[in-house]
Design a protein around this ligand. Structure first.
Ligand SMILES: [Fe+2]
Length: 245
């Protein structure tokens, strides 16, 4: 089976990701060459920056799907939810935008959703809120845990967070192109078995080779089975609402 990307910005004109339909198609073609068979577009939902409406996301997705050549990765939808007032309101209303099943599958509530934290300040009671959201609800999936500076020296905090949500490191960080510190933290999370999956988080075509460098590092350092665990088996479990063991 092929890889599944849980985090990308491949839809055009919605956020700081792809700027045109051409860029979207190029990025998806390159991701296919890396081995991805399914790519989830996760446009930002971030107050004050980008909060594209569902209709705009569906419209952009339909345009990209219509332009994709045969053999391109399947495109599916999700969202990258910033931990802000919009997110907290949605969490209380139990309507956080999550990963959606393929269009031809029966409609069902999301089993998992992607979120990010502010980089410099981890909000209070995060673990507690994650626990409340997950109880009877979807699995929270943390984007790029290696990016949050207050956590850098606290592996025990990652262990605690990893009990409540899936930790999905960025491949570019594993490859070493997101800065030395983020690289070290991302690699430690993988080497210590704390990362549940990895994802591309691509915003533009030139990001794809950087993700490829992360896959190359995984294979070289930990073998092909690690790439399969973090890019195939792990994402499939997460999309099913299960925290990978
Ligand atoms: Fe992202």
């Amino acid at each position: 089976m092929g890889f599944i990307d849980l985090h990308s910005h491949v839809l055009p004109g919605l956020d700081d990701g792809a700027r045109s339909l051409d860029e979207s198609v190029t990025m998806l073609g390159l991701l296919g060459q890396l081995g991805f068979e399914v790519v989830h577009a996760t446009p930002h939902q971030k107050v004050g920056s980008w909060t594209p409406a569902r209709e705009a996301i569906d419209g952009a997705c339909a345009k990209v799907v219509a332009a994709l050549p045969p053999g391109a990765p399947a495109l599916r939808l999700g969202a990258e939810n910033m931990w802000d007032e919009l997110f907290l309101g949605r969490s209380l209303d139990r309507c956080i935008p999550g990963y959606r099943a393929p269009a031809d599958a029966p409609a069902q509530p999301p089993r998992a959703f992607l979120f990010e934290l502010p980089v410099m300040v981890v909000p209070p009671r995060v673990e507690e809120r994650l626990f409340a959201i997950r109880r009877g609800g979807p699995l929270p999936v943390m984007a790029h845990p290696e990016r949050y500076t207050p956590l850098w020296d606290h592996l025990d905090r990652f262990e605690a967070l990893g009990q409540q949500c899936a930790l999905v490191v960025d491949l570019a960080a594993l490859g070493g192109t997101d800065g030395a510190r983020q690289c070290r933290v991302a690699r430690t999370l993988v080497e210590e078995g704390l990362a549940h999956a990895a994802a591309t988080d691509v915003h533009q075509p030139s990001d794809v080779p950087l993700a490829g460098a992360g896959i190359a590092w995984l294979r070289k350092r930990l073998g092909s089975s690690a790439a399969t665990r973090l890019l195939d088996h792990g994402p499939r479990q997460i999309l099913n609402g299960e925290l990978p063991a």
